[in-house]
Design a protein around this ligand. Structure first.
Ligand code: NDP
Ligand code: PYC
Length: 353
């Protein structure tokens, strides 16, 4: 966001502290508040608009609804030499990843590869923060998470898949890790909400209305319509794979499995996440990070000037230099939330029916 009269500049540390306070005031434990605040602030810092502070009202209404347990303590299980499982206990996925991270890295280094299967978890964020740190430690990482049924499988007539992102990170000698993070739907649900709020239309082929008819109106997609996979049957197949890896394999819910209707205000999908971490040092390509760099150079030479992750890294550098530009009214709202919760007592998570 360009800095103008209506925007304020805050440092990432300041934003993180503010968000931590908000989560604490709305019923999360200190551990959960710290992890979610770091995640959300880093998305805002990197210009990931649909998964930064835009998500705060959804987090808070979900906490207030009792659908998620903001105080859950993840249960880590050492299943096998290359397999870690975590029961997030109806809490958020990121604290579950945090709890298992050390064991996962140990196993990946020892065996060359390790899996982390998170179940019973809520993921409401961008996926790249889950993989980029592994690449900074010289590892290759893949992550898959399923969400809520809002995507029609190819040729179908009913929303079944989530927007189901896939993220990948690889170390690279010449610069920041090579990272991509993409929804397997034509557009992320959060970006449909942003387009609807701004009164924008969407390109053709992104969604259908409540009658199953193609529409470019984001409001019609949100009002009983649905999204389409990206790239037709190819995106649909990837979305199907994400359901299998993130839900069937982990023991989490499919995107169509859960019923949040008894929790008005609930927005966070209660599903699962799978991570695969690989130590490239064990492979035939001893200098994997150098080979990543070679590939990037060749892609550049072939005419692909912008690599996935470039926009985020540029925005990150800009935010670190000048501060994160936030709409001043939005910032005032956040400060209000940090000072006084919208209910008198911190939310006590209710058990699920
Ligand atoms: P985008 O389509 O904006 O970007 C997808 C990827 O492609 C990014 O890595 C991006 O890099 C890269 N990219 C974009 N344009 C180009 C280009 N012209 N050339 C080369 N690379 C390019 O993301 P999505 O809309 O698919 O997803 C947005 C976010 O929503 C993601 O962070 C995702 O994790 C999140 N999401 C989360 C869900 C959840 O359940 N938690 C569900 C669905 C989505 P760059 O980052 O540098 O722009
Ligand atoms: O933007 O599609 C999305 C999304 C779903 C869950 C979190 N974000």
């Amino acid at each position: 966001m360009p800095h103008s009269a209506g925007t304020s500049l805050v440092s990432c540390a300041e934003l993180q502290a503010l968000l931590t306070q908000i989560f604490l005031r709305h019923g999360t434990s200190a551990e959960v508040a710290a992890v979610l605040a770091a995640n959300c602030a880093s998305a805002q810092r990197d210009g990931a608009e649909s998964h930064g502070i835009f998500r705060i009202p959804g987090y808070l209404s979900t906490l207030a609804s009792g659908w998620v347990n903001g105080q859950a303590v993840p249960q880590v299980q050492d299943v096998a030499p290359g397999y870690v499982a975590v029961d997030a206990c109806n809490g958020f996925a990121q604290p579950a990843l945090q709890a298992a991270r050390g064991l996962l890295i140990d196993k990946a280094r020892r065996n060359g590869i390790a899996l982390l299967a998170i179940r019973n978890s809520h993921h409401f964020a961008a996926l790249w923060p889950d993989v980029e740190p592994f690449a900074r430690e010289g590892l290759v990482a893949l992550a898959f998470v399923n969400s809520m049924a809002c995507v029609v499988p190819t040729g179908g007539h009913k929303a079944l898949f989530g927007t189901n992102p896939i993220a990948f990170a690889a170390p690279r000698t010449g610069g920041d890790p090579l990272v991509f993070d993409l929804a397997t739907s034509a557009i992320a649900h959060g970006d449909v909400q942003i387009a609807a709020r701004a009164g924008h239309t969407l390109p053709e082929g992104y969604g259908v209305d409540c009658h199953g008819q193609p529409t470019c109106d984001p409001a019609a997609i949100l009002d009983g319509g649905a999204l389409l996979p990206f790239g037709g049957y190819k995106g649909s197949a990837l979305s199907m794979m994400v359901e299998l890896l993130a839900a069937a394999l982990t023991g989490g819910n499919f995107s169509f499995d859960f019923d949040w209707s008894q929790h008005p205000g609930a927005k966070t999908p209660r599903t699962g996440e799978l991570l695969i971490v690989i130590d490239p040092g064990k492979g035939a390509g001893h200098n994997f990070a150098q080979r990543t760099e070679t590939l990037v150079q060749q892609m550049r030479a072939a005419g692909q000037a912008r690599q996935p992750g470039d926009r985020r890294y540029q925005q990150r550098a800009e935010s670190e230099r000048h501060g994160i530009a936030i709409d001043s009214e939005e910032l005032a709202r956040l400060r209000g939330l940090a000072a006084a919760p919208w209910f008198s007592e911190p939310a006590v998570p209710r058990p699920l029916a």
